[in-house]
Design a binder for this molecule. Structure first.
Ligand code: SF4
Ligand code: SF4
Length: 384
C-alpha cells in the first residue's frame, strides 16, 4: 500500500497492539476482563455487566511445539496455538482474563476447554448444533441465562433486561458503522485493504459502540477521501477474492499475502476473524433481549452446525455485495467440519454463481507458500 494509512499508526500487526492497548486501558481502570474463544460468545451480555471480552484464539506457530507436549500433533493449529500460549504463559490476553467463556463447538476445542478449566475459572456453554430446530433457540437462551448467572456470581455484578437491551442496541449501531466501512472494500476497485479491515474487526469486536463511534466515523471520512482521490488499494484488473472458511490471523494470514503476491486483492475476508461477527443485527425492543441475543447468535453459520445452509445464503449475500471473481475456502488442517463442508461450499459457488473455487488446506507453517502461489496463480488464470 503506498497510500496514507487509515489508522494513525498504520497496520497494528498481530497480535494487534491496538487491541492489547485497549485491554490494558480497561485493566488499569479496574474493569474485569473475560476471555472468549468463539463467535458464539454473547459479547453484549458481557458488556451489559461492565466486563470486557478478550479474544483468546491464537494464530501463531510459535507456541505449537509446546502445545504438542500435551495435545496430539494432528489437531487444528488454532487449538494448538491457543493452548500453547497458555501453557507457555505468553498470551497477555489470557493473563489478563479472570475467567474464560467457552462453547461446545468442535471436539478439539471442547477437550481443550477441559484442560483450561484446570487452570482458570471456565464456563462452558452447551451450544445446540441443529440451529433450525425450535428447541435450539430455547436451549441457547437458557445457556445465555446460565452464563449471566456465572458472570454475576463471579464478578458480583448484575444486569437487568433494560441494560441487556441497551447493550444489544448499541452493538447494532456499532455493527451498522462497521458494515459501512466494509462497503469501501466492496467498491470496484476497492479502497480498503484487508489489513485495515482486520484492524477494524479486531478492535471493534471487544469494544463498545461509544468507544468505536469516533474511530469509525473518522475512518469513514478518510475512506470517502480515498474514493474522491482514486486512492485504490489494488489496480482495477486485480482479481477480487472472497476468502471463506476457518478463522485467519497471524501466521495464517499467509493466504492473504500469497493472494496479493500473485496480483489479487482480498475484498471479503469472511470468517469469525473478519466479516462474520458483524453481519446480522439483533431484533430490538422484543421485550426479551436474551431471546434476541440467542436468535441472532444462532444465525452465525459455523461449520460445527448441521445442516449449515445459512453459510450458503450468507456466501451468496457476500458474493452479490463484494463482487469477487473467485472464492477461496481456507481450511485449517484437522478441522473436519470446515473440511467436509468445503464440498458443499464449492458446489454452491460454482453451480449457483458460476465462479472459480479453490479449497486450501493448510496450517500455520510457511512450507507451502510457493505451492499456494502456483495454485492461486492457476486459479486467477481461469478468469483472465
Ligand atoms: S469458526 Fe465456529 S468454532 Fe470457530 S470461532 Fe467461529 S463460530 Fe466459533
Ligand atoms: S478451525 Fe475448526 S477445528 Fe479449529 S477450532 Fe475452529 S472449528 Fe475447531
Amino acid at each position: 500500500m503506498d497510500i496514507p494509512p487509515l489508522m494513525k499508526d498504520g497496520y497494528a500487526g498481530e497480535p494487534s497492539k491496538r487491541v492489547l492497548n485497549y485491554m490494558q486501558g480497561h485493566k488499569q481502570k479496574g474493569d474485569p476482563i473475560v476471555g472468549i474463544y468463539c463467535g458464539y460468545a454473547p459479547i453484549e451480555l458481557i458488556q451489559a455487566l461492565g466486563l470486557v471480552p478478550a479474544v483468546l484464539c491464537a494464530f501463531s506457530r510459535v507456541p505449537i511445539a509446546a502445545a504438542e507436549t500435551v495435545l496430539p500433533a494432528n489437531l487444528c493449529p488454532l487449538i494448538k496455538s491457543s493452548y500453547g500460549f497458555i501453557i507457555e504463559g505468553t498470551c497477555p490476553f489470557y493473563a489478563m482474563s479472570q475467567a474464560v467463556i467457552a462453547e461446545t463447538t468442535c471436539d478439539g476445542k471442547k477437550k481443550m476447554f477441559e484442560l483450561i478449566a484446570e487452570i482458570k475459572p471456565t464456563h462452558v456453554m452447551d451450544l445446540p448444533q441443529m440451529p433450525d430446530q425450535q428447541e435450539a433457540q430455547r436451549h441457547w437462551k437458557q445457556m445465555i441465562l446460565e452464563l449471566q448467572g456465572f458472570l454475576e456470581k463471579s464478578f458480583d455484578r448484575h444486569a437487568d433486561s433494560g441494560q441487556i437491551e441497551a447493550a444489544l442496541q448499541a452493538s447494532n449501531r456499532k455493527n451498522v458503522l462497521v458494515q459501512k466501512i466494509f462497503d469501501y472494500a466492496a467498491l470496484t476497485p476497492s479502497v480498503l485493504h484487508w489489513k485495515e479491515m482486520y484492524d477494524v474487526c479486531f478492535l471493534a469486536l471487544p469494544s463498545t459502540y461509544e468507544e468505536m463511534r469516533p474511530i469509525l466515523e473518522d475512518l469513514l471520512q478518510k475512506l470517502e477521501r480515498r474514493v474522491q482521490e482514486g486512492a485504490y488499494v489494488a489496480p482495477a484488473v486485480a482479481p477480487r477474492v472472497l476468502v471463506t472458511g476457518c478463522p485467519i490471523g497471524g501466521d495464517a494470514t499467509k493466504i492473504f499475502n500469497v493472494i496479493e503476491a500473485v496480483g489479487g486483492v482480498v475484498v471479503a475476508p469472511d470468517s469469525c476473524t473478519g466479516l462474520k461477527p458483524f453481519m446480522n443485527l439483533f431484533a430490538e425492543n422484543t421485550g426479551d433481549p436474551v431471546g434476541a441475543l440467542a436468535a441472532r447468535y444462532l444465525k452465525l453459520p459455523c461449520a460445527c452446525m448441521t445442516p449449515n445452509d445459512g453459510r450458503l445464503s450468507h456466501l451468496t449475500a457476500l458474493i452479490e455485495r463484494f463482487k469477487p471473481d473467485v472464492v477461496i475456502d481456507f481450511v485449517l488442517q484437522a478441522c473436519h467440519g470446515y473440511n467436509v463442508e468445503s464440498y458443499k461450499v464449492g458446489k454452491h459457488v460454482q453451480e449457483n454463481h458460476g465462479m472459480p473455487f479453490m479449497k486450501v488446506e493448510t496450517d500455520y507453517s510457511d512450507g507451502d507458500t510457493e505451492q499456494l502461489k502456483t495454485r492461486i496463480e492457476a486459479l486467477f488464470e481461469r478468469i483472465r
